[in-house]
Design a protein around this ligand. Sequence first.
Ligand code: BES
Ligand code: ZN
Ligand code: ZN
Length: 482
Amino acid sequence: MDLKLTRSKPSEVEADAVVVLVAEGPAPPELEKLLGALYTSGEITGKAHEFTLLHRPEGYKASRLLIAGTGKPEKFDTATLRRLAGAAVRFLKPKGIKSVAFALEDNADAVSAVAEAALLGAWEPDYLKTDKDDKEKAINSIFIATPTSGPVLNAALEKARIIAEAANLSRDISVQPPNLLTPLTLADHARRMAQGCGLAFDVLDQDRMHQLGMGALLGVAQGSANPPALIVMQYKPAHAESTAHLGLVGKGVTFDTGGISIKPSEGMEKMKYDMAGGAAVIGAMQAIARLKPPIAVTGLVPAVENMPGSRAQRPGDIVTSLSGKTIEVLNTDAEGRLILADAITYAQHLGCTHLIDAATLTGAIVVALGHASSGVFTNDDALLEKWMTAARQAGEKMWHMPLDDEYRELLKTVYADIQNIGGRWGGACSAAMFLKEFAGDTPWVHVDVAGTAWLDDAKPYMAKGPTGIPLGAMVNLALNWS
Ligand code: BES
Ligand code: ZN
Ligand code: ZN
């Protein structure tokens, strides 16, 4: 996708369509002549998300003009602008339009929000469709037209491009079906990404995991014919401004059948997105390698397939994790926390001082928060604040969930140090509490994205399927670090 900043008036841009934003209220003076009648008839009001498409607009070089309502000025924010830009792209695309220009003010936040949302909005989950008709309807150029240009706007555009391309890489990986995306092919994607942008790269295979004693991760992997992989991607800044070393850990279950505690068949196909946290980390590492924040960042993705093969672990098995703690596996479907436990400990061995983990961890978080916000748990308020700021800037909604010691009671067992499930209630909290046991004193934030990493239905601004969340927050966290 071509993405460019052009210094030109809306009427001067050469594109198949130019998008002009109007706030609720009377016609802006410069549009009065062209749109007066449409305002009088009430066809254009400027209400949020109102689209009016004009063909061959007089005085414009573009062959179409899309008037996009932004609503009441006091309610208009960057989140609304993002959705509007994504929706505009998705509105124009099926009409065979190839190039779209957005007319904006000289505002870096607006430029990056629109550029990012336009690239995300253009993405489709149809890479395995062979019918060419739909696919030919693709937008290949986005222009941002501003009154002036300069280094600030250019930098905003570049940052948006890098983040959106990383999010779309993450979505390209997540959307793959589980027969094609196994732990080893997931590692191949990460390797290609790391080689492409100069990151140090390593994959721990099953033998290495045995040597190290990653019993929790290996226990999950043993039911599948597809061997596990622990993917490690490392970014080191040329000039570190901090002694902190950020660890980003993403759940990489390429398919979650539940194992011996098998899931119902209805809807099981959705469990191909159980590696979305891992894909977000792979994408975030690409963006970090390109944007070069002044802090060391290591991305870790424990990748496994949770299958009920004849060698599968059983409910009642007790495994010894890398940390040395023993775990009674009472439900083999609570596998995410098992692989994350060993990845978190390994991140600590690599010297990570601060940890973020992202995981499609529990159905319970979807019950609690639905699909609008991800659930956030922490053992460190300072890191939480940094995380929430980074997420807000990325337009990714997060909700702080409780994690007090009471939840630890739910994980007590007489047979081992901890058991892998709590009771019936508060499942997202007991899952987070399990991870906290392994994070120990390292400042850590856990993000449960089970409700937000995947859209079951398309939104006006985004296709159905993977969203890339919480990649934006991860990248901003590294960029904001000081
Ligand atoms: N991958 C699932 C969680 C999930 C559920 C993600 C729905 C996305 C949508 C996870 O491994 C799981 O199965 N969790 C169990 C935990 C239970 C056995 C304690 C769950 O949420 O039911
Ligand atoms: Zn599961
Ligand atoms: Zn799972």
